[in-house]
Design a protein around this ligand. Sequence first.
Ligand code: UD2
Length: 298
Amino acid sequence: KKHTLQKNTKIINISKKKPQTFIMRTDVVTVTPWLSPVVWEGTFNAELLDSIYLQKNISIAATVFAVGKYTMFLKDFLLTAQQHFFVGFHVHMYVFTDRPSEVPTVPLRANWKLFVRMVPNSRRWQIISARRMEIIQTLIEDELMNQTDYIFCLDVDSRFHGRWGSESLGALVAVIHPGQEFTYDRSRFPYERHASSSAFIASGQGDFYYCGGAFGGNVQEVLQLTTTCRRNYEADAAKGIEAAWQEESHLNRYMWINKPTKVLSPEYLWQDFKAWEPEIRLVRFSGVVKNYAAIRPN
Ligand code: UD2
């Protein structure tokens, strides 16, 4: 039977090179055991991916929280995001803060919108960090569902250094933590180890250690993730339990059970105080060095 193209199909023929059949990267894992891609520099064609996703006219929401003194990180975060984060796409950036007057005015690219939303402060940084799940859940339910395609949730004490674009899109997207994966066996990962917590992962279980500072996916999947992590965090709190790394522990448990459909390498959240490992060809987004004692409420 002869296969014919649909009348209006556009053939995307940007790439001058044939896709490689055998070798892309040999020094890193580029696919998980459950067959999700692991994204590293050198494994994708950015121009080709952009041409596919630009045709779909998608929109991307991003959330960033700047509570208390963390507003000091907003300027660099927003300025560098303009240079590197989904350039050419519709981006809606949601800034959650208790100090709206400290949100800097930065010139926005075409197709960018910035929304500033009030959130309460808290006596404990752990609660500020963990409560993000609840607030993102509410944002999706009230505003983003059926309006926005994808969402990424990012730590504010960070800067972009390189492209973060359409290669990162997927239904459920997690980022491998830069601090754990290069050195530790999973028995040493800082998962929540108490069976009484709903974030529990036993020794010998778990896949990667993912970071709480960056995750995303389509709005439906991220709604599931945030709803579950919030529910589990609150169920623990009712029993007087707080997981080892707050919502990051709950996120790790969620991602272990609901495997991410795309995994981003630590290029997508490095830490400025760490030297680059040989496998890191490009740092795209990185946590700045901060003085915890000076900026946290406690
Ligand atoms: C790690 C995670 C973070 C979170 C935390 C555990 C990375 C790189 N970071 O970072 O995402 O999972 O462990 O709870 O994976 N914030 C404020 N004001 C505050 C305190 C926090 O706005 O006073 C917000 C801010 O957006 C910040 C985020 O919460 O980026 C996480 O807090 P953090 O950066 O102090 O946590 P950290 O470095 O331990």
